[in-house]
Design a protein around this ligand. Structure first.
Ligand SMILES: [Zn+2]
Length: 148
């Protein structure tokens, strides 16, 4: 996936640690600082439960996301500015960059999916349930785990 993003000349990070919080409320600055101290690089309301479901179905999972705010943490990225998060308060240049990213997302996902479909498999995602398959005598095909 990283190669595709590089070829598209996008600014990206190929790996990272996400902390998933329950939305729709925004995390407090203290919560974000705590999650950051635990290793989170991104705080999101996405990725769960779909990442767990993918693992249980022995499917590969990858996320493409973009940062829309810095959680008002007073971080090195942006000083804290009360109320400077929503409501058109995002600087116009960032809003335009975000709109460009959103507009490009379908092209990004399409190119990444095409690359993944032809890439050599290097993971063992299709074996994540091997223990349970053996223990419970399940089919190797998860589609047969449930009655029709
Ligand atoms: Zn995989």
């Amino acid at each position: 996936m990283a190669e595709v993003l590089a070829e598209m000349k996008l600014v990206y990070r190929a790996t990272g640690t996400a902390a998933v919080c329950e939305g729709p409320r925004m995390e407090t600055p203290a919560e974000v600082r705590t999650l950051g101290s635990l290793g989170a690089e991104v705080v999101t309301h996405a990725f769960a439960p779909e990442v767990f479901l993918a693992k249980e179905l022995q499917l590969c999972y990858s996320a493409v996301c973009y940062v829309v705010n810095y959680a008002e943490t007073g971080s090195r990225h942006r000083p804290f500015a009360a109320g400077d998060l929503f409501g058109g308060l995002m600087p116009k240049s960032e809003g335009q960059r975000l709109a460009g990213t959103v507009a490009a997302m379908s092209r990004i996902v399409g190119q990444v999916a095409a690359a993944v479909a032809t890439a050599a498999k290097t993971c063992e995602c299709d074996k994540t349930m091997s223990h349970n398959i053996r223990a419970y005598g399940l089919s190797d095909d998860w589609r047969k785990w449930f009655p029709a």
